[in-house]
Design a protein around this ligand. Structure first.
Ligand SMILES: [Zn+2]
Length: 128
């Protein structure tokens, strides 16, 4: 575990808690929390008109909008997942260690991106 002071740790933790709240708020605008799995969200699918005079253009728009929403949702969800993982690691006193090589993640990086899972070198190599 990197040599982080209690104070630094707490401030990073607070920042992540805040960010988590914000993301959940954003997500709740267009997705509903999946009650069966923690941290999973489902985009609300637009209610398509069931009657015969469906406005096809409007329907296409809504489907397109939905597709955009799903990709936004996924990136928010991914971010939320990283934050949850990082918060979990704080509890387990494993915070700040690269998941790939096991080295300490520099504080400089944690301050910019507290939910970082990898050190800079591993992150540049891309997902392992
Ligand atoms: Zn690493």
């Amino acid at each position: 575990m990197p040599n982080l002071s209690q104070e630094t740790m707490e401030s990073l933790e607070k920042r992540m808690e805040k960010q988590k709240e914000q993301i959940e708020k954003d997500l709740s605008k267009f997705a509903s929390k999946d009650p069966d799995s923690e941290g999973d969200w489902d985009s609300k699918y637009p209610k398509l008109d069931a009657n015969e005079n469906v406005d096809l253009e409007r329907e296409a728009d809504e489907v397109e909008e939905y597709t955009t929403r799903v990709s936004v949702e996924h990136s928010l969800e991914k971010h939320l997942e990283d934050i949850n993982l990082a918060l979990e690691k704080i509890k387990k006193k494993k915070y700040g260690i690269c998941e790939n090589c096991g080295k300490d993640i520099p504080l400089k990086r944690l301050k910019i991106y507290p939910e970082a899972r990898y050190c800079i070198a591993c992150n540049q190599k891309g997902p392992v």
